[in-house]
Design a protein around this ligand. Structure first.
Ligand code: HEC
Length: 139
């Protein structure tokens, strides 16, 4: 009698521990997902207009997911991390519009509106910058 009551108490305690652990694991998964979102979108999964512009015009050099690539033995930088993330809105805009060898100019190929949308795409979708950043860099 005493023994079975004790077992019941232990079982309840065990269930409580399992529930708490479950919440912990759930929370951890939620955090990891948030971190992935902070890393930017998956271009291949996106059906946005900018993603398709990226696939058509930029992926050949910057790589399918914009992590950079080697073209003819020369490195093409990532658009998600590194120097690209330090660029201001104007610098990214000018890079796309006027190019910088060996990157071609996209003036004439992309409209003004498309270039601006690509700047936003790089800053917010790929680099997941805080929206305030753009205000700072816009001065
Ligand atoms: C022919 C290959 C090529 C294509 C196509 C190309 N790029 Fe580039 N891009 C480069 C290279 C090479 C660099 C590095 C230039 C340098 O060394 O300054 C670069 C640099 C950049 C940078 C600056 C990155 C940094 O680290 O500061 C941005 C932003 C950029 N490209 C965006 C784009 C976008 C957007 C497209 C498509 C509309 C595009 N590029 C298409 C080759 C290319």
């Amino acid at each position: 009698m005493f023994y079975s009551q004790w077992t019941a108490v232990r079982t309840i305690r065990l269930i409580k521990i399992i529930v708490v652990l479950g919440f912990l694991v759930f929370g951890l998964i939620a955090c990891t997902e948030q971190r992935t979102r902070k890393d930017g979108i998956v271009i291949a999964d996106s059906s946005s207009y900018e993603a398709s512009l990226y696939r058509q015009n930029c992926a050949i050099c910057h790589g399918k997911e914009a992590y950079g690539k080697e073209v003819d033995g020369k490195p093409v930088p990532s658009l998600r991390f590194g120097d690209a993330k330090k660029r201001s809105r104007e610098e990214i805009y000018n890079q796309i519009k006027h190019g910088k060898l060996p990157m071609p100019s996209f003036e004439g190929q992309l409209t003004e509106k498309e270039i601006n949308r690509m700047v936003d795409f790089i800053m917010y979708d790929l680099q997941a910058r805080e929206k305030e950043d753009s205000k700072v860099s816009q001065k």
